[in-house]
Design a protein around this ligand. Structure first.
Ligand SMILES: Cc1cc2nc3c(=O)[nH]c(=O)nc-3n(C[C@H](O)[C@H](O)[C@H](O)COP(=O)(O)O)c2cc1C
Length: 182
């Protein structure tokens, strides 16, 4: 049994999620290939029993490579027999009042617009790293500091990692239950 975990990231938050997911799959005797859609080649999906794909969000958008990946793989994704699930890492998903709207906009609407259907989707919080060592460029950092004012417990000089690992693990375990039944 083998799963493709394809991700698009700008600053690494979504990569971290993909790697942890792969670990939980491994603990359940499920192999996975982690594909960075910007850097790696895109294998045929018919070689896999399931697909997990996800993207970080910047100014409301997935990474351009994840959009390209889905456009190119649309038929393969829709034809895949096993489970397919999608997620985003989004700063605003960590704001309780905005979570539901963010989840629908960044996952459901975006997938519908591209003509792809999935079994389930989820919006996780992201990393809003505005610390002095942040890899985020100066101007983007400024944007983040403004956006951070809406986010609970935002530290204007900190890493602000709002990925909820329990929630991410539950999402992965649900995928594992589905793939084991399939
Ligand atoms: C310049 C910039 C713009 C962002 N815009 C949004 C946004 O519109 N909505 C949102 O939910 N999060 C936004 N974020 C937060 C990111 O979604 C968050 O940092 C996420 O963890 C990025 O994932 P990645 O590191 O995998 O690219 C933004 C972050 C940056 C740096």
């Amino acid at each position: 049994m083998k799963v493709m975990i394809a991700y698009g990231t700008r600053y690494g938050a979504t990569q971290g999620v993909a790697e942890r997911m792969s670990g939980w799959l491994h603990e359940n005797n499920i192999d996975s290939d982690i594909i960075n859609v910007k850097k790696d080649s895109w294998p045929e999906l018919s070689n896999y029993n399931g697909l997990i794909f996800g993207s970080g969000i910047k100014i409301g958008q997935w990474t351009k490579e994840m959009k390209k990946f889905v456009k190119k793989k649309k038929e393969e994704i829709n034809a895949l027999k096993g489970p397919k699930v999608f997620f985003v890492c989004s700063g605003y998903a960590a704001i309780p009042e905005r979570y539901q709207e963010i989840k629908e906009d960044y996952c459901k609407m975006a997938l519908d617009n591209l003509g792809v259907s999935v079994d389930t989707y989820e919006a996780f919080g992201g990393v809003m790293n505005v610390s002095p060592n942040s890899p985020i460029r100066w101007l983007d950092k400024k944007i983040l500091k403004i956006a951070g004012k809406e986010t609970p417990d935002f530290d204007p000089n900190g890493v602000n990692d709002s990925r909820d690992w329990d929630k991410i693990e539950k999402f992965t375990q649900k995928f594992i239950r589905i793939i084991k039944k399939a």
